[in-house]
Design a protein around this ligand. Sequence first.
Ligand code: ADP
Length: 438
Amino acid sequence: MIKTIFRNTFLVGILVLILCAVLFFGIQYSQVKDEAYDALRQEAVYAEQGLMLSGDAYLQSLDHANRVTWISSDGSVIYDSEYALPVASQKDCPEVQAAMAEGEGEGIRKSESSGENTMYYARKCSDGTVLRLSRPLSAVRQALIVVSPVMWVLVLVLLISGVLAFRVAKQIVRPINDMDLDHPESTYPELAPLVGKIREQKMTIQEEVSQRESLRREFTANVSHELKTPLTSISGFAELIAEGVATGDKAKEFSKDIYKESQRLLALIEDIIKLSKLDEDAVGPEHEQVDLYDLAADVLNGLRPAAEKQNISLQLTGDHAEVSGNWQLLSEMVYNLCDNGIKYNHFGGTVTVDVSVQDEQPRLSVEDTGIGIAKEHQKRVFERFYRVDKSHSKEIGGTGLGLSIVKHGAQYHNAQVKLESEPGIGTKVILEFPKNNG
Ligand code: ADP
């Protein structure tokens, strides 16, 4: 920012200086040029008088700061201070022609002998010859630049403006750099909207942090409670067997219970690990093209034994639809939805997975003919450990985390989750993926 302010301020300074310099030197130049003509004219007048009195010996005695050419009335050169005779006829030179016709002539043109732009002044003498004095224009310019003190002043001003521009830039930026981001105050009224935005964002972040903190605390408390329940049962059953209270068939039954509770515990721990991975965005960046139809077929195959136990028919309808995503996570999401469709179904019911593309959006829905979810529970079932019927859920081995994983997984894939359910009729969960995802 300092650089930009400095550069812009300095550029404006340079531009103003250049304009001033052009204006000043333009005026100076025309003045110096007029003065140079005056000097040539004056010298020509003196030279004519000397020439008329003492002949060309006088011309030779001059110190020749300017070139002096003496030209006869027919244009041939009688004397030239810089070139040895013969010098080409000067009859066609405009200033010589003007001098012959009107008594004097002047002008700036390229000299044929030196090739330089040159100022000429020619004067007709009383005997009809022409005396011409000339000076290269570069000498005039040189004098203007080197001699002019203004040029040095301009250089100085340029340096000073550079230093000032840098200091101004630093001064403008200092209050912004010094701003206390914990308690932002705007030093400039122009920054008030930005400062307001920072304050707002700070508050939002603080709120989010404290909300996350309380959710985490609640989650930890819930996890401890959920883990404790199966562990208490396991420990109780094991104690009864160890002390010989349960023997024979009873011991067998208790062992089965221990196995069931351990399985539940394992499922719970697996779900907790998945959720904390999602919380930390540690799912991994592996995104690939996933065909939802093939994925659903795979998931349904895995669930077939569980469905058969309940005589539930699994169906897959629709067409292929690709999304870009994490195969493992998508598979877990669809698994949880189908697993719920079986768990919360009636004996002999149906679970239908449909894959389609609607309005360019890939969609996957899982519909069952099960017990359904009452309106008041529909929003809450996506919360962690929320179960509609706690005792029944425990019996069928639910962890209360399945739909949480679906919700977080959907967020990870920028997908929408919609739930439609009617108690006694069934439930339909729809995953709607963003456009151009595939
Ligand atoms: P769980 O492991 O208990 O199934 P979920 O997070 O998957 O946990 O589901 C939360 C609760 O929502 C379940 O305990 C159940 O009460 C209810 N639920 C989920 N899916 C269905 C469904 N398809 N039909 C009826 N109720 C369901």
